[in-house]
Design a protein around this ligand. Structure first.
Ligand code: ME8
Length: 633
């Protein structure tokens, strides 16, 4: 038996319900899976949920339920959504599944016996919100952002994975496998990261209990990423190893392109063929996330149909790049491409075949130059689409197909079939036009079936077929073959969206539901006496100048007027503010902070900003009529 095509999605955390980011990755995987089936391949498509770790443990404790009960609850949202969306995965693996837990312990033991996992004492800084140890450089960045309180000093016994030993082997592998990570620019980032040096990775925790215990040393729990990444292995039945395509968001590429291959090398297993990192769906300039309260839930969009959402995702997102989401853009795209575009072309063509040829698709006898040109373009666009889709570039594939559909509109306008129909002398030309249009629609139904299974089937049936288009294969499809019988009933493929009406309903409905993000803040710090507090000299200041510090996306250098003197202050607020937005702003300055150097610039003071662990910093603003130099007390 030949090896099936094995495609995976990340396994999603159970601290949130699915939003359109998760939905996007799973749709992409499903489209890829369906596409490969229509290439005649057997396919394994895996998705799942990542259920261990501190965040789940804490969230469950806050609700007074067990972590497993919390996970069960959230997982139901995923299984239900994927089912409603007709996803064709063969398994939704959960990291709490027994076969997975066994697999993780087995592999841990194997690498321990081999010497690639060893026990030692870790001493250093740990970021509570990231659940990860941080390097000195990362710690400095956090400090510069005013997020130093997220860091705690830790000294604990932990198991390490000997990642450092894999640096050269990984680089050699990257060199020999130039398409291992896609797109290229992300692969370059990964290479640079590895070239920068790899430190051994701590892969166990004693501070957490919700996880898979280290075999034989049960006070240690295996770190979530070691646990999570192995899901792809646990779920591989029989001969599907290695994965052909692993889809991940760019946020988790490093785990998949560095740690994961190193684990596999250590275990003596084959590495995945390709890891494809896609970009993010953004709201404005922000990634969607629950803590920011700016998420779009799939159900809001599924009202317009599963096919519509799938099409939108594939057509709009150029894999690898970020894309801003807007409801308006969503509706515009569907109206232009599905209600107008394809929908309009199909209904015009089918009604002409019905009206002029009694529902029978003619075989053309002669083709003039125009007809020939359109027929030839179909022969070109068909393989072009397949090639682009094979490279997972559905954006470009659909773009090519839709530009062909637009050319067909032009062809109809030029040929004016309604005029041709008036005179039997034009029959050969009318036959050629109708046949060309029919063939184009038939090929379109076949090509878009992985993207829009329902809509493609409906078009397929309108064209007179009774079988399942998704069960066909692309290979050997006779593009210019005759129709198999009379055409079927014409159904509207896609109902035009009344944008204004929908927008006002969305605005009314959406806002309050997602409005309240949860607060992600540390405990109140230990008590200090008033005397210690009053040592801190807080002053009102006004920002006079602001510019970005070269080579840093976080740091902004400012000149601040403190009434009695002017200061140079460097602040880690560059991700939240543009320099222009800062000019003339009143701020609160810690005026007696010892100066320190940030990227070579001496900073004399610090601006106060408010934030939780997940948010951008919000500068604390005194009232407009406060004067620079005022003491804040
Ligand atoms: O990271 N745009 O789980 P997760 C596009 N459990 N895709 C997005 C997105 C957005 N705005 N937001 C999320 C985890 N995603 C780990 C993975 S794998 C062994 C463990 C998608 O629930 C994208 O695929 O945070 C991203 O990588 C994934 O959801 C993160 O899901």
């Amino acid at each position: 038996m030949s090896k099936p095509f094995y495609v995976t999605t990340p396994i999603y955390y159970v601290n949130d319900r699915p939003h359109i980011g998760h939905t996007y990755t799973t749709v992409l995987a499903d489209v890829v899976a369906r596409f490969h089936r229509m290439r005649g391949e057997e396919v394994y498509f895996l998705t799942g949920t990542d259920e261990h770790g501190q965040k789940v443990e804490k969230a469950a404790a806050a609700r007074g339920i067990t972590p497993k009960a919390l996970a069960d609850e959230v997982v139901a949202n995923y299984t239900d959504l994927w089912q409603r969306m007709g996803m064709t995965h063969f398994r939704l693996i959960r990291t709490t599944d027994q076969d997975h837990k066994d697999q993780v312990q087995r592999l841990f033991k194997r690498l321990l016996d081999k010497g690639d996992i060893y026990k030692a004492t870790y001493k250093g800084l740990y970021s509570v919100s990231d659940e990860a140890y941080v390097t000195e450089l990362q710690a400095k960045e956090l400090q510069a952002q005013g997020l130093a309180h997220q860091l705690v000093e830790l000294e604990e016994e932990t198991y390490f994975f000997r990642l450092s030993a894999y640096q050269d082997r990984l680089l050699a592998y990257f060199e020999a496998h130039p398409t291992f990570v896609q797109p290229d620019f992300r692969f370059n980032e990964v290479k640079r990261f590895v070239e920068g040096g790899l430190q051994d990775l701590s892969i166990s925790r004693t501070s957490i209990s919700w996880g898979i215990p280290v075999p034989g040393d049960e006070k240690h729990v295996i770190y979530v990423w070691f646990d999570a990444l192995l899901n792809y292995l646990s779920a591989c039945p029989g001969n599907c190893w290695p994965p052909d395509l692993q889809l991940v968001g760019k946020d988790i590429l490093r785990f998949h392109a560095v740690y994961w291959p190193a684990f596999l090398m250590s275990a003596g297993l084959f590495l995945p063929e390709t890891i494809l990192a896609h970009g993010w769906w953004l709201m404005g300039d922000d990634k969607m996330s629950k803590s920011k309260g700016n998420v779009v839930r799939p159900d809001t969009l599924l009202r317009f149909g599963n096919d519509a959402l799938r099409f939108f995702f594939m057509r709009e997102m150029q894999v690898g790049h970020d894309r801003g989401f807007s409801y308006e853009g969503f509706m515009d795209r569907l109206n232009a491409d599905l209600a107008n575009g394809l929908g309009n072309l199909a209904s015009r063509t089918l009604s002409m075949i019905q009206r002029y040829r009694g529902g029978l698709v003619p075989m053309p006898s002669v083709l003039d130059e125009q007809d020939q040109e359109l027929a030839t373009r179909l022969l070109e666009v068909f393989p072009e689409y397949l090639e682009k889709a094979r490279a997972n570039d559905f954006h470009a594939a659909l773009d090519a197909l839709w530009s062909y559909l637009r050319a067909l509109d032009g062809y109809i306008v030029k040929a004016e079939p309604w005029k041709l129909a008036k005179d039997p002398a034009n029959d050969p030309k009318l036959d050629a036009v109708l046949a060309n249009l029919y063939r184009a629609l038939r090929a379109t139904a076949l090509l878009v079936a992985p993207v829009m299974p329902g809509l493609a089937q409906s078009l397929w049936e309108s064209l007179g077929h009774t079988d399942q288009v998704g069960a066909r294969t692309f290979h050997g499809f006779a593009l210019d073959g005759p129709a198999i019988g009379p055409i079927g009933e014409s159904k509207a493929l896609f109902q035009r969206i009344d944008k204004e009406k929908e927008m006002s309903e969305l605005e009314a409905a959406a806002a309050p539901v997602e409005a309240k993000p949860t607060l992600d803040v540390p405990e109140i710090r230990e008590t200090v006496d008033a005397e210690s507090f009053f040592k801190v000299d807080l002053r009102v200041g006004r920002i006079l100048e602001a510019e970005r510090v070269p080579k840093s996306d976080k740091l902004i250098k400012m000149k601040v007027d403190l009434g009695i003197e002017q200061r140079t202050i460097v602040g880690g607020i560059g991700k939240a503010y543009e320099p222009d937005q800062l000019l003339n702003r009143l701020v609160v300055v810690v005026a007696n902070l010892a100066p320190r150097k940030l990227m070579g610039i001496e900073s004399h003071g610090m601006l106060l900003a408010a934030s939780d662990n997940a948010s951008k910093p919000y500068l604390v603003a005194p009232p407009d009529d406060a004067q620079p130099g005022f003491l804040v007390k």
